[in-house]
Write a new protein. Structure first.
Lengths: 1007, 222
């Protein structure tokens, strides 16, 4: 803690490192904040007194200077530590499990933003919403602090002593089991291995909350490799996904989104664009992006895959009882697949081994192995084994396990029926970051360090290693599993030494680096990633045909019942991000609902059951029942009901008070309640694999309603129906062009297609120097919402709570509008990120009575917070509805959370308007750097926060006055258009129309 | 008659107040001209920057690379003050006294320089003190801009703006003092009147298109 105090250069007060709720304390140091939290001193009475004291002092000394402010310089410096200057550190983000490379922006000794590492071979720049939001988890004062033993809190030394003794006693005779999430850190695995070698009976079991176990099982059978193949979407011309939401949650979404967007760019060098077929029951983000999306019931998947596999093997098959449309689409698909052998890929998210074996067979028929998917260097991102998990449960129930070490998973939440079995374990040691469902069972509870405060290594893909480095000293005495295990087995050492020892002994010798270990290691550490050259792929793995097991899922649904489908969303995933308010307030990319989970029903099903969005229902099945609100969602299979996993986590009652407190405010969560509803008990076991759609349920309508905070109809660009012309207003907001029209055309003459009237306002913006502009390629945008979180982190956008979201008062500067086109099996969704359009003739500028919003010489629409008096005229006059008003001060949860604020952006106070600034702080910083180095700005040097995080590179920013810049090329693209260009307000943000690879399907509507 | 008397009174009182304000130390709120608080160490800019002609950027090196000029770390002070431990006059006096009394010179340590040693947690010989951690010197901040302003030192330094243009004749100040109001109008004056090409060290190579500093709001307010 002392260290941080030293590193913390105190700057001026209420900028980002400020304490909005505590203005009297103008010079916070991290240490003091921490001390207060530790001592529990930040009570509301105390804050009130301080505040009262401040107001008194402020009145008394109105014209004097006020309290003197100290400025504490550093005591010692490191070359990169210049107060006020950001430095970047390469690390790895494990928040979603995919292990994407991240660059962390640090200011004054603390991380303030995570961005994608373009040099990382897996993610190649771009970062998912969860990984970016994991920053907030670092500054979470509700994290566990230190360790707890059977008799209360323990010091680290005492804990190590007790566990060393225990380990000593048990290793010759006891049964020791490790239960972890996927561990792909080679150095941690080597510690686990070392432990197991010392034990007479030890085993390591890994499982994932959202299981991919069947894919691994199937490849074990067909290829002899237990691993996920590495999928190469960019090498495919036809991609078929059975339920896999690869753009948002499945396996490695950032990597896939990048490959997907690249393979679908009409301007690229590809002769054939990737065609995407999706067969799914629930509507996923990937499904909405598909060229052909067909609804398929979960119980039909076996038959459909068998049909495909058999037909591809050259056998004639008649319809195995599938719906006519489905079989028609499958036949059509077969034609395309046969024409694209060697460039086709089939994936499935099913956790039934038979289905995954069929998928492997199909990929083999299509000559996919070695081309569109690779098993010689498999992915290690998900290694959980349901079979091992099942076996562990047997052992636990037999009472044979003496010591269970649990880390990186939350078994009581993920596997609720395990609680009794876990209680039979002799001792449980649990490494966790929060008090959660499992922690009461733990004999020893150890606080686990956050990814950003520890050393680590990862191997997301065989041969690709990436590193994590601590970016600040541990805040809550957190520890890593590797460090703990080394201490407990009697080989205690500093964590970093353990890591380096592994690398020195195991990896460095394979390299023949020709340089000393330290230099070699530091060089790789600095890059954040190391691609092994020494390790050859383990030889070509040949496909072995295996006997298919009998199908074990239902073939039909009982009359009047619905199939319960459990899925995960990119925010909560398996529930691991339940403590993150940024992710709770991130609208689901498909349904646009935040702060809840819900039962999605197809419109036809809902109308049959007389249910509407917001109705509460009781879902009844064989194993019990639960109550949940309904959401009517187009695109669902009519015989399913879908619920997201990962909600209803213990501890989410902390969000009861989130958001402003005022007369009419309602809590986000009822006191003692939880955000959403846990449905993990509805995961079924079949054939030693977990199934996520296995239960038949019926619905009973309950009285009362539950408001779902859905942002989709907030900030609409259309007129409300009662004001619109008859038949509704038609605004050409999302444009979709047929591929034929796009190909062959490269540039267009610019000019509005609409009639332009004589202008009321003079053309007084010459833009003599730069003219900043942005372009959004709707064809590349998948709607993944990375940009929304990126903007929130970069620009200090507050969380407002569910009640305020219901009042249309969410503060996000960039929103993603979702449009549906067609319905049922014709459904396509379009995603359109909308931020301030920085118009040349901005309607907001002309109505501001105090000139708080003006136009800059470089084309930015500037918002001056200290001039704004909050008339809100500008927001009313903005046709894009991108302005956000601070109805209240939105304090962060506590002082520690203030450390996540970006010091380069003002924290706005109550009563002022705000909106996207085109990350002007980044523009200014880049300009200052260029001037300092005496060189002109380069194109691409300035990256917006949203642009940097975008996995599919849909957003481009640059100087429109530079004809050679990328943005000018985008602007001159034949697909380029302006949003609401009939208004002729000349926005600086342009959109590139989406390209349709299918026949036209009529009008699109926002619904 | 009554009317003109009232007018006269209003004008007279107004003029009187204005004279009082301009003559006295009264200021508009937020204007901190002349603020010169006592500092924990009686550091003399006159001695360091004036007499010894040390470059401002030697200590305030942050101004070259960062938006903050920064206050030098104790470490930097010690680079010199491990060797320079007292006022030169005192050293000469001691030397003369020692010669006169025919004894060894006693090591001197000025009380102000001793504070640096204390902050660094070391004794007069530069050895770490048992049980005493290094601590920051709690300097009192003088130049302070409102929270909604982002001033960037590095562009101004790179553009050749002399430190004295904003901070006044620091090399002549015994105790640091705020010289200018640092109000927005004062900033704007300079931004409007200065032609960038007239500034030394900011030739056409830097940014050929621009001729004078931007007066866009978003240059400082974001």
């Amino acid at each position: 803690m002392k260290n941080i105090q030293r590193d913390a250069q105190v700057k001026s007060s209420r900028k980002a490192d400020a304490l909005p709720e505590n203005p009297s304390d103008l010079n916070p140091s991290i240490a003091r904040v921490l001390d207060e939290i530790e001592e529990g001193k930040s009570s509301s009475r105390r804050s009130f007194l301080r505040l009262a004291g401040f107001s008194f002092a402020a009145t008394a000394g109105a014209c004097s200077r006020g309290k003197p402010q100290t400025a504490l310089p550093l005591v010692q410096t490191a070359p990169e530590m210049i107060p006020g200057r950001a430095y970047w550190v390469a690390t790895t983000s494990m928040a979603c499990g995919a292990g994407c490379g991240a660059l962390v922006r640090c200011r004054d000794g603390r991380p303030v933003k995570l961005e994608g590492n373009p040099g990382h071979p897996v993610s190649q720049g771009g970062l998912c919403p969860a990984c970016q939001a994991s920053l907030l988890g670092l500054y979470d004062s509700k994290r566990l602090q230190g360790a707890r033993g059977p008799e209360g809190p323990l010091s680290e030394e005492l804990l190590d002593l007790q566990l060393r003794d225990l380990f000593q006693n048990l290793r010759s005779s006891g049964k020791i089991r490790f239960l972890t999430g996927t561990v792909n850190s080679p150095s941690t695995l080597s510690q686990i291995q070392a432990c197991l070698e010392q034990c007479s009976d030890g085993r390591h079991v890994m499982y994932d909350g959202i299981s991919r176990s069947a894919i691994l099982e199937a490849h074990q059978m067909t290829h002899g490799v237990r691993g996920l193949p590495r999928y190469r979407l960019d090498r495919a011309e036809v991609l078929v996904s059975f339920g896999a939401d690869f753009l948002s949650t499945w396996v490695s979404p950032v990597e896939f989104a990048k490959q997907y967007a690249r393979a679908r760019r009409p301007e690229g060098s590809r002769s054939k664009l990737l065609r995407h077929w999706q067969f799914e029951a629930n509507l996923s983000l990937s499904g909405g992006n598909a060229d052909v999306r067909t609804r398929i019931a979960p119980w039909e998947e076996n038959a459909a895959l068998t049909y495909l596999s058999d037909r591809l093997a050259g056998q004639e098959r008649s319809n195995p009882g599938l719906p006519a449309l489905l079989i028609e689409r499958l036949d059509q698909l077969l034609k395309e697949l046969s024409a694209a052998k060697g460039a086709a890929l089939v994936i499935s998210d099913s956790n039934e081994v038979r289905q995954q074996l069929l998928v492997n067979q199909i990929n083999q028929h299509l000559n996919g192995y070695g081309r569109t998917l690779d098993v010689s260097r498999p992915s290690l991102q998900w290694q959980g084994s349901d079979r091992d998990l099942h076996q562990l449960r047997q052992e636990l129930e037999n009472g044979g396990v003496d010591l269970l070490i649990v880390q990186g998973c939350n078994p009581v939440y993920d596997l609720p029926d395990w609680e009794e079995a876990l209680k039979k374990a002799g001792h449980i040691v649990y490494l966790s970051r929060h008090e959660d469902e499992t922690s009461p069972l733990a004999t020893w509870l150890v606080s686990e360090s956050h990814d950003l405060e520890r050393w680590d290594d990862h191997q997301p893909v065989e041969g690709v290693y990436s590193f994590s480095q601590p970016l600040l000293p541990g805040l809550f005495a957190g520890r890593s599993l590797r460090h703990c295990l080394a201490s407990w087995r009697g080989a205690a050492a500093e964590d970093v030494e353990l890591l380096k020892k592994f690398w020195r002994e195991k990896i460095y010798p394979t390299e023949n680096a020709g340089e000393a270990f330290e230099a070699w290691f530091d060089r790789n550490l600095q890059r954040g990633v190391y691609a092994a050259k020494g390790i050859e792929p383990a030889g070509k793995k040949e496909f072995q045909r295996v006997e298919l097991p009998a199908p074990d899922s239902e073939t039909e649904l009982s009359e009047g019942k619905l199939q319960l489908v459990l899925y995960s969303n990119p925010a909560m995933q398996d529930g691991r991000h339940a403590h993150n308010p940024w992710l709770h307030e991130l609208p689901d990319p498909v349904t646009k609902v935040c702060w809840d989970n819900y039962l999605s029903l197809a419109p036809e099903t809902a109308s049959k059951l007389r249910l509407e969005t917001g109705d509460r229902v009781r879902v009844e099945g064989e194993i019990g029942s639960f109550e949940i609100p309904v959401l009517v969602q187009v695109g669902l299979h009519p015989q399913i009901a879908a619920v997201a996993l990962g909600y209803g986590r213990k501890g989410t009652d902390r969000f009861a008070d989130i958001g402003p407190e005022w007369m009419q405010s309602k809590p986000t969560v009822a006191a003692g309640g939880q955000v959403g509803q846990s449905v993990s008990s509805w995961i079924a076991w079949k054939n030693q694999q977990r199934r996520f759609s296995a239960h038949e349920v019926s619905l009973v309508k309950l009285g009362g309603s539950h408001k779902l905070a859905c942002t989709q109809d907030h900030h609409r660009m259309e007129l409300p129906p009662h004001l619109a012309p008859k038949g509704g207003e038609v605004r050409d907001v999302v444009r979709v062009l047929p591929l034929a029209e796009v190909q062959g055309q490269t540039e267009q003459e610019h000019g509005s297609k609409h009639h332009v009237y004589k202008d009321l306002w003079p053309d007084d913006h010459p833009y003599e120097g730069k003219r900043w502009g942005m372009a959004v390629d709707l064809n590349a945008c998948t709607g993944c919402s990375s940009c929304v979180i990126a903007c929130q982190v970069e620009n200090n956008v507050p969380v407002v709570g569910k009640d305020e979201v219901l009042r249309h008062r969410e503060m996000s500067w960039i929103r993603i509008d979702r449009y549906f086109e067609g319905e049922g099996d014709q459904l396509q969704s379009h995603h359109q990120p909308v931020m301030c359009q920085h118009c040349s003739k901005a309607p907001c500028e002309t109505v501001c009575p105090v000139l708080a919003t003006t136009h800059s010489e470089e084309g930015l629409n500037q918002q001056v917070y200290n001039r704004c008096v909050g008339t809100r005229y500008c927001a009313n006059n903005c046709p894009y509805k991108v302005r956000r008003f601070n109805w209240f001060d939105y304090p962060r949860e506590d002082q520690l959370q203030n450390l996540s604020l970006n010091p380069d952006v003002t924290v706005r106070s109550r009563g002022v308007m705000e909106k996207c600034t085109l990350c002007v702080q980044r523009i200014q910083d880049a300009k200052a750097e260029a001037r300092r180095n005496g060189r002109p700005l380069e194109d691409g040097e300035i990256q917006m926060a949203c642009q940097q995080s975008c996995p599919s590179q849909a957003i481009v920013f640059g100087d429109l006055n530079d004809p050679e810049s990328l943005i000018s090329k985008f602007r001159n693209n034949s697909r380029s258009y302006d949003l609401l260009e009939e208004l002729d307000i000349q926005p600086g943000v342009h959109y590139l129309a989406k390209v349709r690879k299918q026949e036209d399907r009529g009008d699109h509507h926002r619904g | 008659m009554f009317q003109s008397l009232r007018l006269f009174l209003v004008v007279a009182i107004g003029l009187g107040l204005m004279t009082l304000i301009s003559a006295s130390d009264l200021r508009m709120p937020g204007n901190d001209r002349g603020y010169s608080p006592e500092q924990p160490i009686a550091f003399s800019h006159r001695l360091h920057a004036g007499e010894l002609k040390m470059d401002c950027l030697f200590c305030h090196y942050g101004a070259r690379k960062s938006r903050h000029a920064g206050i030098p770390p104790v470490e930097l002070c010690l680079n010199c003050h491990l060797h320079v431990k007292a006022n030169l006059d005192d050293i000469f006096l001691e030397k003369a006294a020692a010669e006169a009394e025919g004894r060894e010179e006693r090591p001197l340590l000025s009380s102000e320089i001793e504070k640096i040693y204390q902050a660094a947690g070391i004794n007069a010989d530069g050895e770490p003190l048992e049980g005493q951690l290094a601590e920051s010197i709690p300097w009192v901040r003088i130049h302070r801009l409102p929270d909604h302003v982002y001033f960037d030192h590095r562009v101004h330094v790179a553009g050749g703006v002399a430190c004295q243009s904003c901070h006044g004749p620091v090399q002549a100040m015994e105790r640091a003092r705020q010289e200018h109001s640092l109000s927005m109008g004062w900033c704007m004056d300079c931004h409007r009147q200065t032609k960038r090409s007239t500034l030394p060290g900011d030739g056409a190579s830097n940014d050929p298109g621009a001729t004078n500093p931007s007066v866009d709001c978003a240059v400082c307010h974001y």
